[in-house]
Design a protein around this ligand. Structure first.
Ligand SMILES: Nc1ncnc2c1ncn2[C@@H]1O[C@H](COP(=O)(O)OP(=O)(O)OP(=O)(O)O)[C@@H](O)[C@H]1O
Length: 231
């Protein structure tokens, strides 16, 4: 059985972010150290999800930049002008996990995890499925590989989603309220799992929960919509 090494590259990147999205009244600036987890916290509407969307490549900011080490994700030096650099989402090598596992309903848990492993250099289908099996074990779902999402509990589906995100070997992982939909029984074990599998990853975590911050974050950045980060 191969070990799921795709998620643990030895050299973890540092993430530098400064951006504005005028239409959403968002201004934010932070750095995430190599292999660290930064928790982005703040009130509803402060711009946490907007920031993650810009980093993932789904939303173009009005100004600013984001770098993963030397790789520029985007650079918008002049407000409201087109960016000078815009790396398409598919080329960013960023993993995104929200509270909704978003699994493909027609694929098994194993196939969901295997999907997208090409990026991690695992091109042979059989090797992908074997690596997916190893990931199933790592997230505590050995024996569940043939189940489809409809046959999994919410907590189990989120475990598959965690494995799917990490199996592709992302350089940075973005977590948007990953435990918000979990019930009280499932959340602690999932939090523990996240702490274990993300230990060496560079991560931005959006959460409203102090318990997530305590278990997962190395640093906390408060997003306050009333306070400009530029001053
Ligand atoms: N699709 C959208 N179109 C226009 N405005 C939006 C859109 N999504 C969010 N906004 C606005 O942008 C601002 C920032 O929203 P965002 O969802 O990023 O905040 P958040 O900090 O993630 O909030 P929450 O904690 O409620 O998830 C809010 O004023 C929100 O109303």
């Amino acid at each position: 059985m191969p070990t799921p090494t795709a998620s643990t590259p030895t050299q973890q990147p540092r993430l530098d972010v400064a951006l504005t999205v005028a239409t959403r009244d968002v201004e934010v600036r932070f750095t995430v150290g190599s292999g660290e987890t930064l928790a982005l916290v703040g009130p509803n509407g402060a711009g946490k999800t907007t920031t993650l969307q810009a980093l993932a490549g789904w939303l173009m900011p009005d100004s600013g930049y984001a770098h993963v080490d030397q790789t520029v994700l985007f650079h918008c030096p002049v407000p409201h002008q087109p960016p000078t650099v815009w790396l398409p989402a598919a080329q960013r090598n960023i993993g995104y996990l929200s509270q909704d596992p978003g699994l493909f309903p027609h694929l098994t848990a194993r196939e969901n995890i295997a999907y997208g492993m090409d990026r991690a250099g695992i091109t042979r289908r059989r090797a992908r499925l074997e690596a997916a099996e190893a990931w199933l074990q790592r997230v505590g779902l050995a024996g569940y590989g043939n189940r489809r999402p409809a046959q999994l509990s919410g907590g189990q589906a989120q475990r598959v989603a965690i494995a799917r995100v990490l199996a592709s070997g992302p350089r940075v992982v973005l977590l948007d309220e990953p435990l918000a939909a979990m019930d009280r029984d499932a959340a602690p074990a999932l939090r523990e799992l996240l702490a274990e599998v993300l230990r060496d990853q560079t991560v931005v975590l959006v959460t409203h929960h102090q318990s997530d911050v305590e278990a997962l974050a190395d640093e906390v950045h408060h997003l306050d919509p009333g306070v400009s980060p530029w001053e």
